[in-house]
Every structure is written in C-alpha cells, then in structure tokens.
Design a binder for this molecule. Structure first.
Ligand SMILES: [Zn+2]
Length: 594
C-alpha cells in the first residue's frame, strides 16, 4: 500500500505541529539563526544569584520546547517513508542544532552542583523555583558523589574512551557475527536477529534446533572478543563507581534513576521465591507440547493454536475502548479523541518505519505510529501504545514543562496496565475455550519474558559486577558459568540445558547499558498491582491511578508510584505479581483438563 492511498482519518496529523514542511524549514532557520547568535554563556559563573538562575532555567525550557517541537515533527515525517532523503536530512539538521545548543548550555548542571548546600536548599524552599524543585533536590542528593572540577573534567574526557564498549559490541553483534543460513518452513533462510525469534516461534522442532545451534554457534566463534568487551564494559562501571565513591555499581545506577536499591533487592528476592511456579509453568509447557525433552528452543512455541481475533482497525479500536471501561468514561473519551483527532498513523505503507511507538512533546498532542494488521497481537499493541499516549497526555496537561517528562522507570507501566485490562476483558467476554487458553498463554508468556527473563538478566549483571568489584577477572568461562547456573535456577528441571545456552549473555545488547533491564520487571509488577486495585476497588483506585498518570516526572519514581498504591520498597507488589502468575497458570491447567 502507498501512503497516498491511505484515508485521511487513518493518518496522523502532523499539520497540528507545522502546517507544511516549508513552515518547518522557516522555523528551523529562525531558531538556527537566533541560537547561533545567542550568548548562552552569559549566565555562567552567576547561577548563585536567584534572578539569574531563574532566567537561565526558564531560557533552557524555552529553548528545548522550541527545538523538540522541530525535532519530533522531523522524526515523524521521516518515519512516514524512511526512503525520502529530504526528511532524513531535516532530521539530521535538527539533531545537530540540538546538540550544538545544549553543548553551550552544558555548564548549567555542573555549576548548580557546585553551589553550596544551603544555597540549593534555599532555592528548593522558594516557591519561585516550584518547577525546578525536584531537579534541585536530585542535585543535592548527587553532591556526595561529585568530585573537584579538575577531576570532573578528567571523568568527562574519559567518557570518550570508556563509553565505547556498546559500539564495539554492536560491531561484533552486527558486522562481524556472520550468521549462516538455515531451513525455515522448508526454505533456506538467512538467519538474522529478527528472524531468529520468528523461527523459534514458528519453525518445526528440527528447524528450531538448527536455528538455535547455528545462531549460538556464531556467538561462540566470537566469544573471546565478546567476553573481553563485556569485561571492559564492567570495568568501566567499576572505575566510575570507585571514582565517585559509590558502594557498588548497582547502587550508582539506581541513584542515577533516583530509585532505592531496595527495589532491586526486593525484585531478586521475590523472583527467587516464585521460581517453583516458573518451573511448574515450564513443566506444564512440556506436557502440553507433548515433548519428551524440552530445550530452550522449545520455550517460545505458543501452547495454543492461534486464536486470532481478526478485526479491522475500527473494530479493534472499539474493542480496546470497551476493554478499558474500568478506567472510566473520561479515559474512554480521551481514547476516542485520540482516534478522531489525528493522533494515530494506522496503516503499514511502502517505506514506513516498522513496529509501533508512541511519541509527542509538551507542546503537541501525543502521536502513535502503528503498522496495524488484523491479529490479536496488534489489538494489544493498540491498547499498549494508547497507554503511553494518555500517560504523556495527562502528564503534559497537569505538569509544568520542567516536570512533565516521566522517567524510563515509569514508562512501561501505563502501557502494560492497558494490556492487562484488555486481556482480562477479553477473557471474561468469551466462551471460546481456545481463545481463553490463548489469552492465558499470552499473559503467562508476557510475565515470563518481562518479569522472569529480565530479572534473570538483572541478576547476571549484579553477579558479574560484584565479581569485578571484588577484583576477580571476568572470563568467558566465568561468565558462562554464571549464566548457565542462572538458567538452570530459573527454568528448572523441565528443561534440558544445552551447553549453548551458557552463551546467551553474550548476545544481549542491553548489558552495555548496565542495570537497565530490571525496569521492565518492576514495570509489569507495578502494572499488575494497579490493575488488581482498579478491578477490586473501582473509582478510588482509578483516581489514584490518574494521579500517577498526571505526575510526570515531578518526584522520584518510587514516590510517584506510591500515589497509585504501589510501594516497591515493600514485598506486597512483588508477591501480588507472583500470585497472579500462579493463579493464571492454575486457570490454564484447569482449562486444559476440561
Ligand atoms: Zn511500550
């Protein structure tokens, strides 16, 4: 399908931001000229003065609001057809302008950090700084780990060298991996990262085995280089944690998010306590699939034949609106508004960016990109992306610019709440046993992949870092050993653990962004607790949840979550999520017996 053939009402309305590409270009040129001539350094050295500081912070906001509007338009325009060179060059231009302008403002954060404690506290207490109060509180917290100006300069310089392991891994993982071909659905197919997942879900047993062995074979051939790269990456973390006087790399990463490290510890503890349920799930899979031996390449096969709900977009959207009824009429009205007012780009067209996302900035409404196909999975994608969109919408509506952006830690909660609510609605709405089983399987796989698997990764990172912190060298042998043991712990005796799986750590790009993946797990755990409250307590819970959606980044993420009734510093939400997994498995087993 060509973009020009898509009905207007199924396209997003970028004209809400700029009426035309010419208007964008005019505004870009104006911003480039104005900021090119502007003396951003005028405030430098004077931030202790209240009026100057306020002026500087407000200027920062004005500049970034203007630039991000230019950016988001250019980005979305280029995604409409990634082959259009002009759109790509506009995007590159605005990227460069943003990086130039913010390089000139990069003195602000260090200078604020260098202010005396009493001075910062006075600003925090001053109502004129209400928009910046949380940002300033974070700066106070970080002060204990900020070094002298000369040391900070060295650390910044070192970033050029020590921040590069992600790129090295990316080269190994893409340019040098040399993935071979393998058979899929009877056809010789080139193995790629994307096709690997497809093959493990849809290939025959023989094919899955072949893909698994060949895919890991490619990593095994590069394992010396990958081990050294990962070890160097961990050593870089240890270097910064030592320089900045943190107890551990994990603590350093958690403080960067302003999250109590207890959350990480709670996650690992609760997941371990629930591993027997995970083992039960794995054994149930083995029984349902009728396997004598279950290998890791069998774990992605759906347990239930596709019970696809084949709906066109309008019907699917109506279903999502209906399924999210527990969130109330106002929420449903916003969903309708989004569909009717050009937030969503629905159809897959030639050259369009693949996948789905939600975006938008403070001065625009949210936007959602889809490549909608009539499958059950895509109905969930609609609910998921609209969850992001309305989170952004409500935060922007309620918060001043400086506090509107929510952190990554909170980012996947609203989207998951919507998926879980929709799932429960569909489950209760149908008498079709196959669809019921399909939905339970969908839910269990979501929990397995987002909660258990990401926690397994998180634990691997923690163990690897702890060893390096203790001065132990990380080798391919030690890294494999850690991972192989974890895989046995997590999947249990229902799996025949092939030697290849010890190398799985070697193919995870997220490991070069240390202590990141645990947020996926805490996200789904929070969402499960929120849904439970909404379905049992109704209106009060919804009101609290809207408080969460409207809070943006106005406080530390754990405190914001507490407004929705989820306290991740306690065991309760973790235990509730594990119980949900257990209940779902029991329900599934009961349906299989019927
Ligand atoms: Zn998402």
């Amino acid at each position: 399908m060509e973009r020009k053939d898509v009905p207007q009402n199924l396209q997003w309305k970028l004209t809400d931001i700029f009426v035309s590409d010419e208007a964008w270009e005019k505004e870009y040129k104006a911003a480039e000229k104005e900021y090119g001539e502007y003396d951003f350094s005028a405030f430098s050295g004077k931030l202790a003065d209240k009026t100057t500081l306020l002026k500087c912070l407000r200027l920062n906001d004005t500049v970034s609001r203007r630039l991000e509007k230019l950016y988001v338009y250019a980005m979305m325009r280029s995604h409409e057809d990634v082959r259009v060179a002009k759109a790509n060059s506009s995007l590159a231009m605005i990227r460069a302008l943003i990086s130039n302008v913010f390089a000139e403002l990069s003195y602000v954060e260090p200078e604020l950090t260098a202010l005396a404690d009493e001075q910062l506290q006075a600003f925090i207490a001053d109502p004129d700084f209400a928009d910046y109060e949380y940002r300033l509180r974070k700066i106070v917290k970080s002060k204990a780990h900020v070094l002298s100006a000369a040391e900070e300069k060295l650390l910044t310089l070192s970033g050029n060298v020590l921040g590069d392991f992600q790129n090295v891994f990316s080269m190994l993982n893409n340019a040098n991996l040399n993935l071979p071909k393998a058979e899929l659905n009877g056809e010789e197919t080139q193995i790629s990262h994307g096709m690997y997942g497809v093959a493990l879900r849809s290939g025959t047993r023989e094919e899955r085995k072949e893909w698994f062995e060949k895919y890991y074979g490619a990593y095994i051939r590069l394992i010396d280089a990958i081990s050294q790269t990962y070890y160097s990456n961990v050593k870089a973390d240890v270097f910064y944690k030592t320089a900045r006087k943190y107890e551990s790399c994990m603590e350093m990463a958690m403080q960067g998010e302003d999250v109590d490290k207890k959350v990480y510890e709670n996650l690992i503890k609760a997941t371990h306590a629930a591993l027997p349920v995970m083992h039960d799930y794995i054994s149930t899979r083995k029984a349902v699939l009728g396997l004598e031996e279950q290998h890791m390449y069998d774990v992605y096969v759906p347990l239930v034949d596709n019970a696809d709900i084949k709906l066109d977009f309008e019907e699917a959207y109506a279903l999502v609106v209906k399924g999210l009824a527990p969130l109330g009429k106002d929420y449903q009205a916003l969903l309708e508004k989004g569909k009717n007012e050009g937030w969503i780009d629905v159809c897959e067209t030639e050259g369009k960016r693949s996948g789905a996302y939600s975006t938008g900035v403070y001065d625009t409404h949210p936007y959602v990109l889809l490549n909608y196909q009539p499958t059950t999975n895509d109905v969930f994608t609609v609910a998921h992306e609209m969850g992001h969109a309305l989170h952004t919408y409500k935060s922007s509506a309620a918060q001043p610019y400086a506090k509107a952006d929510y952190t990554i830690f909170l980012a996947e909660i609203a989207s998951t709440v919507n998926e879980v609510l929709l799932l429960k609605y569909l489950y209760n709405d149908t008498t079709d046993k196959n669809l019921k089983k399909y939905l339970l399987n969908y839910y269990m796989d979501m929990i397995r992949a987002t909660l258990f698997r990401q926690t397994q990764f998180a634990e691997f990172e923690q163990i690897a870092h702890a060893k390096a912190e203790a001065g132990e060298a990380l080798t391919k042998e030690s890294l494999n050993e850690i991972y192989y043991q974890l895989n046995q712990d997590y999947y249990g005796a229902g799996i025949t653990h092939d030697k290849e799986i010890a190398y799985e750590w070697a193919r995870i790009p997220h490991f070069y962004n240390s202590f990141y993946v645990y947020k996926y797990a805490t996200g789904i755990i929070s969402a499960i607790s929120i849904v439970k409250r909404i379905l049992t307590e109704g209106e009060t819970a919804v009101k609290d949840y809207f408080g969460f959606l409207s809070a943006g980044g106005s406080n530390d993420p754990v405190s914001i979550l507490k407004t929705a009734g989820v306290d991740l510093t306690t065991d309760a939400p973790f235990e509730a999520a594990m119980k949900e997994f257990k209940d779902t498995l029991e329900e599934f087993k009961a349906l299989c017996k019927e």
